[in-house]
Design a protein around this ligand. Structure first.
Ligand code: AMP
Ligand code: MG
Length: 526
């Protein structure tokens, strides 16, 4: 038994269950799922070897054939009995050695020294035909040594929500973990009321989080911290390996990736909802779609999560929280950055202090593209143009997604005003909106592009379809209450081509009614 495991036992609020029984094996080669176990093998002591709890009566909710193929898996074999057995925890592929990963995290600003995979397991890694290594992990696969009081399970609703959100983000071009499959377990899980249980099979560039580093830093376990950082560098930033300032370099790269990611979230109006440090990846992928939601009417203080009472993770706070989380990563890396702590602090502080400018540059790039400002312009003027548009959306309560989408209609309209756009603003706001559109079109002249060319670029930058909250709820409810997957599948199809006009799917582009939007709340889904 590893030292980590003993330490966990000593700090756990509940005693560890016995490791679930060893499982039958199915041929990995036949599934095309030849697993590599670099995390399990290279980071012994940083995880607990564990098995999934078998689902009693598994059935498919969804299988992401396109992703399976992209990973180089045998999608037909995966869709068969062996695939279902593996994804439901009834069997393991040959060569798999699953582990529950250790991590800590700041949750709503408060440090929890031990979180970890309480309802998740890393099955192993696959290397895709392009040579990219990806984790295959389960969520909802039963209790582990990190479960504390939880049951280790997940319900159908949150599993399908994560599936939809991840695929929507992928189609929007935003870095994300993705669902490979969703399986109904055939058992009920006890929540406020009994709900059908499910397992999500999740694919990620890695599951390394800010909180993974915090776990070992908080225990002052220098040896494990260094092994973890070296592993992260080899996996995500191999060009840094062996450089004298490689750990500072890692921090800088994570900052760059997060600046890029959060700017993209802001572009589409995505609100993660629970940006705790254990939910922030080193890879720069979006992870843990719990209480997340897309904003409809543009308002910087929008919060959907029922537990975010102070609005810590509101739309407009996300870049500030990203910087706060990076400061926590910097703290965790201090002892590796420099042996002299004052020097280490000075070095990491430079990176953290540079984050706002890094983010601002990414934000400007994202919103320039959304406004079709492709030719280089004056940064301050373009920033003002963007901010003034966002302020109009806010004061007019305009739908974030449609307001940007209708910019294409505005450039195509001979009078430059597109009735679809005007209809989004209340009558007193139409004059300021018209004035802004004129200012914007003057700026567009310098692009040297024709209106049809601009419209194409604008439609490629601004989605027509996002996962509207009422549509997501409708899909999850049908699946949960009636086992009806048709609304889920229909919505998923729409979300997979968010920039294309899809005849017959017009209703999916529309915001919720005022009544539906009022007081809309999301829940953590544990
Ligand atoms: P999350 O809110 O999903 O980011 O999870 C925060 C922490 O709570 C992680 O350590 C999870 O593994 C743990 N957790 C969440 N739900 C459960 C559950 N049903 N059973 C056991 N652990 C859980
Ligand atoms: Mg999490």
């Amino acid at each position: 038994m590893s030292a980590l495991f003993l330490r966990l036992k000593a700090t756990m609020s509940v005693s560890a269950d016995p490791r679930p029984a060893s499982l039958p094996r199915v041929d990995a080669a036949q599934l095309g799922m030849v697993l590599d176990n670099s995390y399990a093998n290279e980071l012994t002591g940083l995880h607990a070897p564990w098995n999934p709890s078998p689902a009693p009566q598994p059935s498919w909710l969804a299988l992401n054939t396109e992703l399976a193929q992209a990973l180089g898996l045998n999608a037909d074999a995966i869709a068969g009995a062996d695939g279902l057995a593996v994804f439901s925890g009834q069997a393991l592929p040959t060569g798999a050695s699953p582990v529950a990963q250790a991590y800590a995290g700041h949750q709503f600003g408060h440090f929890s020294p031990q979180l970890g995979d309480g309802r998740a397991l890393l099955l192993g890694e696959v290397v895709d035909p392009q040579g990219q290594r990806r984790d295959i992990a389960f969520k909802g696969s039963g209790r582990t040594p990190f479960s504390r009081g939880g049951d280790g399970k997940a319900a159908v609703g949150p599993v399908l929500r994560e599936y939809l959100m991840g695929e929507a983000m992928q189609a929007l071009g935003i870095p994300t973990t993705r669902a490979l499959a969703a399986i109904a377990t055939g058992e009920q899980v006890a929540r406020e009321r009994p709900l059908p249980g499910a397992v999500l099979v999740r694919v990620a560039a890695s599951h390394l989080r800010v909180g993974t580093f915090q776990f070992f830093a908080a225990r002052e376990d220098q040896e494990k911290l260094k092994r973890l950082a070296d592993y992260a560098i080899n996996r995500h930033d191999p060009d840094l390996a062996g450089q004298p300032d490689q750990y500072l370099g890692l921090l800088r790269r994570v900052a760059e990736r997060q600046a890029t990611l959060i700017a993209q979230w802001m572009g589409v109006g995505f609100i993660h909802g629970v940006m705790n440090t254990d939910n922030m990846t080193i890879s720069g992928e979006t992870i843990d779609y719990g209480p997340c939601a897309f904003m409809e009417a543009h308002a910087p203080d929008t919060v959907f999560s029922s537990i975010d009472r102070d609005g810590r993770y509101a739309y407009a706070n996300q870049p500030l929280i990203a910087r706060w989380n990076l400061a926590r990563l910097a703290e965790a890396l201090l002892s590796l950055v420099h042996e002299d702590s004052d020097q280490a602090i000075a070095l990491v502080s430079d990176v953290i202090d540079a984050f706002p400018a890094l983010y601002q540059a990414q934000w400007l790039a994202v919103f320039r593209r959304k406004l079709g400002l492709v030719s280089s312009g004056n940064d301050a003027e373009d920033t003002a143009l963007i901010e003034d548009f966002l302020a109009l959306l806010h004061t007019q309560g305009m739908d974030h997604t449609l307001a940007f989408r209708h910019l294409a209609d505005a450039v195509e309209a001979t009078d430059g005003q597109a009735p679809e756009m005007m209809a989004l603003a209340a009558p007193p706001g139409r004059e300021p909106l018209l004035a802004w559109l004129q200012r914007w079109q003057q700026r567009l002249v310098s692009s040297g592009k024709s209106p049809p060319q601009l419209a194409v670029a604008l439609r490629a930058a601004n989605p027509l379809y996002i996962p509207r909250n009422h549509r997501v709820e409708e899909a999850l409810q049908a699946a949960t209450e009636r086992g009806d997957l048709v609304p889920f599948e229909r919505l998923l199809t729409v979300l997979k081509a968010p920039f294309d006009v899809q005849p017959g799917s017009e209703a999916y582009a529309l915001p919720a009614s005022v009544e539906q939007q009022a007081g809309y709340q999301t829940f953590c889904g544990t």
